[in-house]
Design a protein around this ligand. Structure first.
Ligand SMILES: C[S@@+](CC[C@H](N)C(=O)[O-])C[C@H]1O[C@@H](n2cnc3c(N)ncnc32)[C@H](O)[C@@H]1O
Length: 205
């Protein structure tokens, strides 16, 4: 799947999302936790192209992290972690995932989102960079990925409505769905969301 996404990706999220303005925070705070980032090439590109202040953390399964050969750029830290476990990085400015949740059915995706929500501060932001497929007129690429998702992973390529529903059920408010003019078909939408915090009564305020 990753190779497929690489072949068709368009602009990077940081080229069309105003991260400098929207993610401004203290320099010693973790700026962004990239969950399921594989070996971290894209975080390295973000660092190289934009040189953001703040720590960047890439997380993936321990076996993936252990397989990283090249040294990481200064300012990037790698951490072996499963997204179904409690998130060790608390209160980061942004939690980011690209083409990770599409590998998972709603039940597991909701668990992973819950782990993020628990770790967020009041001003943290969730960024989900995913493929959002149209309801009709789906491209051959997306139709074939959808079939692969279903047969191999019991998962799916979600429509925007399905992404919004997933995020709402995970108790996030979606602020905006960002799209670039030059969209690839591998991860064409950036869902920006903030947590809805549940009050002590257990009710969403
Ligand atoms: C389709 S790849 C996407 C990689 C990268 N985000 C990208 O956009 O190129 C899915 C990634 O999720 C990681 N992954 C799978 N299960 C995970 C888990 N339980 N916790 C954290 N990462 C996981 C995989 O190792 C893989 O790197």
């Amino acid at each position: 799947m990753e190779a497929g996404n690489r072949a068709v990706e368009g602009e990077q999220w940081y080229d069309f999302y105003p991260w400098e303005e929207w993610l401004a925070s203290e320099a010693d705070r973790v700026l962004l936790v990239d969950i399921g980032r594989s070996k971290g090439h894209d975080l390295a590109r973000f660092k190289e192209k934009k040189n953001p202040a703040g720590r960047l953390i890439l997380q993936d399964l321990s076996e993936v992290i252990q397989d990283i050969q090249a040294p990481l750029a200064q300012g990037i830290e790698a951490q072996g972690y499963s997204m179904f476990d409690p998130q060790p990085i608390r209160g980061a400015k942004a939690y980011y995932m690209r083409t990770v949740l599409h590998d998972w059915p709603d039940k597991q995706a909701l668990q992973a989102l819950q782990r993020i929500r628990e770790a967020m501060a009041d001003d943290s932001v969730l960024l989900i960079n995913e493929n959002s497929v149209p309801v009709t007129g789906v491209s051959r690429f997306n139709a074939s990925v959808d079939l692969i998702m279903m047969t191999v992973l019991s998962s799916l390529q979600r429509t925007e409505k399905q992404w919004l529903s997933l995020l709402e059920r995970a108790q996030f408010n979606v602020i905006k769905v960002w799209r670039s003019d030059n969209q690839g078909v591998g991860s064409n939408a950036l869902f920006e969301a903030v947590p809805v915090f549940v009050g002590s009564s257990g009710q969403v305020p």
